[in-house]
Write a protein that binds this ligand. Structure first.
Ligand code: ADP
Ligand code: MG
Length: 568
């Protein structure tokens, strides 16, 4: 019965998307773009209704004939004026739904007439009715209005039968919602919701735009650019692109030529924004969101420790600071591997499939089960250590993934650095597994090059190939390497990184070095009860050699040899 197909629609404040179950699996339909349709409706210069990107692109230039964020008005009596005509929020939303359905019809080459549409959990009856009405105006039979956090939970957990509590942190373009839900055998109940109706990506963009305006104020000794709509439109666009770049890279360069059309001196913008400066800007807003997280947990009477999972929903959760802050606050790494701006639509499609009695598989994504990082000098338990682990690709990242970060040599005149690649989750690299490394030498030894830092980039694909590169920013000098089987399981227990120091007594170090080689060789076959003891002794030996304490080194080496003898 092919006409029975029910689509799932995420009708978002900023972006909307549509998904279906195809061959048993949920799938977002992209119409040649990335599957997201800006929730924006406008009239073009000829007075025709345009929806999605074309409307989004004209929004700042023609605010009088473009409408954004109509979702905020759903359920109210307000109308919006486009050109000469007043439109109800339902009518505007119906245009967005119509656009989504028409892409589904084109992609699937079949008629679509039934849908499940999602809404925020806090939507009241009037808002839900208005959403239903919008669907009807678009010619759809709305089978169900589904809560967004419910849909997101289904995208992750539909096939798990165990009961669990989930926190859904949804940071989109203009709104922030947090919900605590319980799920059992595909049935989801929302226990509590909190949030901030005016917090999202637009605010982060605005902070960058303000930086750019301040920069232009300074450059031009004038502020006419601030009232120039075209300039502001371009800055907003550039700011959003830079923000997205900073989600995976430590720097973004914003370059806009001829910001102001004519004249003999064109206004050119060139501005470099670092992730750390951007994170300073948004820190306070994100801290505010954490208070709402706490509030929702309190309202639901659920302790952070009792959560089965934390889910990241909404495009803005791609900013790495979001995961970091949540991990700090809740003590567990959040999951964002199902595309955060598509998982609500996917979940709505899963719900549709389940209601149709279909066997629906969960969303399939390849993820890395380990974190990959680099050894640096940094804080370890409050002390400065050379074994600090700086993660670059966090575990559970969707593959393929490319991430980079900036690091600095320890002294300005340093001619080389070690790039050592580790796999594992411990803050101390010695408890993780070293899977490769190389020396980056011939570095520029003048002070400025040092201050620019070295960008280390990791790219991991589904086959477990990890490409690593290091680039000296000041000079552009670059070096790269590859690890073929980065995803292969390596028991963490066997990680033992030993460092005999820079200039120990050579003979003692050689003897100890040989012993430690033997230690590494037996780690894999050592029985568990011996393993801890071997590691303890190896560490003690390392310490004694580093301190130049020969007596102690001898004693420990004796004990160690004895154990090794039995195992070898
Ligand atoms: P909504 O649910 O509000 O309709 P989305 O979940 O699609 O919206 O989120 C849109 C927001 O996500 C926008 O502000 C966009 O700039 C932001 N966003 C998308 N991708 C990224 C990224 N890689 N890094 C940071 N922000 C992003
Ligand atoms: Mg959303």
């Amino acid at each position: 019965m092919t006409s029975e197909l029910v689509v799932g629609i995420d009708l978002g404040t900023t972006n909307s998307s549509i998904a279906v179950i195809r061959r048993g699996l949920p799938e977002v339909l992209d119409g040649g773009d990335d599957g997201l349709v800006p929730s924006c409706v406008g009239l073009d210069s000829e007075g025709r209704v345009v929806v999605g990107s074309p409307a989004r692109n004209q929004a700042v230039l023609f605010p009088d004939r473009t409408v954004l964020s109509i979702k905020r008005k759903m359920g109210s009596d307000e109308v919006v004026r486009l050109g000469e005509t007043d439109y109800t929020p339902e009518r505007i939303s119906s245009y967005i739904l119509g656009e989504l359905v028409s892409r589904a019809r084109t992609t699937l080459r079949r008629d679509i007439s039934r849908a499940i549409i999602t809404v925020p959990a806090y939507f009241n009856d009037a808002q839900r009715k208005a959403t239903r009405k919008a669907g009807e105006l678009a010619g759809l039979k709305v089978e169900r209005i589904l809560n967004e956090p419910t849909a997101a939970s289904l995208a992750y957990e539909s096939d798990s039968s165990e009961a669990s509590k989930i926190l859904v942190y949804d940071l989109g373009g203009g709104t922030f919602d947090v919900s605590v839900v319980s799920i059992e055998q595909g049935v989801v109940e929302v226990l509590a919701t909190a949030g901030n109706n005016h917090l999202g990506g637009d605010d982060f963009d605005a902070l960058i735009v303000e930086r750019l305006n301040l920069h232009l104020d300074e450059e031009t000794k004038d502020d006419s650019h601030r009232s120039d709509r075209t300039v502001q439109a371009r800055l907003r666009h550039a700011a959003e692109a830079a923000k997205k770049k900073l989600s995976t890279a430590p720097f973004a360069v914003i370059e806009e030529d001829n910001l102001k059309g004519s004249g003999r001196t064109p206004l050119n913008l060139s501005y470099e924004l670092s992730r750390s400066a951007f994170e300073d800007d948004i820190q306070e807003l994100l801290q505010g969101s954490l208070d709402e997280v706490t509030r929702s947990l309190n309202d639901a009477q659920v302790r952070a420790g009792d959560l089965g999972r934390v889910l990241l929903v909404g495009g803005s959760t791609r900013m790495p600071l979001v995961s970091r802050l949540l991990q700090e606050r809740l003590g567990m790494a959040p999951h964002g591997e199902v595309d955060p701006d598509r998982c609500v639509a996917l979940g709505a499609a899963i719900q549709a499939g389940m209601e149709a009695g279909e066997e629906v598989g969960s969303v399939l994504v390849d993820i890395t089960p380990y974190t990959f990082g680099i050894r640096t000098r940094g804080d370890l338990d409050g002390l400065l250590s050379f074994h600090h682990y700086a993660p670059i690709i966090p575990r559970n990242s969707k593959l393929p993934v490319t991430k980079s970060d900036v690091f600095f040599s320890i002294t300005p005149d340093q001619a080389s650095v070690q790039v050592e690649v580790f796999q594992g989750e411990d803050p101390d690299t010695r408890n993780n597994t070293r899977i490769g490394g190389f020396t980056f030498d011939g570095l520029n030894e003048n002070e400025n090059a040092y201050e620019d830092g070295i960008v280390v980039s990791y790219s991991l694909n589904v086959d477990g190939i990890l490409d690593i590169s290091a680039r000296e920013r000041g000079t552009g000098k670059q070096i790269s390497g590859r690890i073929e089987d980065a995803l292969a399981a390596r028991p963490d227990d066997n990680a033992l990184e030993l460092d005999l120091g820079d200039d120990p007594d050579q003979a003692a170090a050689d003897a100890a070095g040989q012993l430690l080689e033997r230690v590494k060789a037996v780690l894999e076959k050592a029985p568990a009860e011996d393993l801890a003891e071997i590691k303890r002794l190896a560490k003690a030996l390392e310490g004694a050699v580093q301190r130049g304490d020969d007596e102690k080194a001898d004693q420990v080496a004796g004990e160690l040899s004895e154990i090794l003898f039995f195992i070898e």
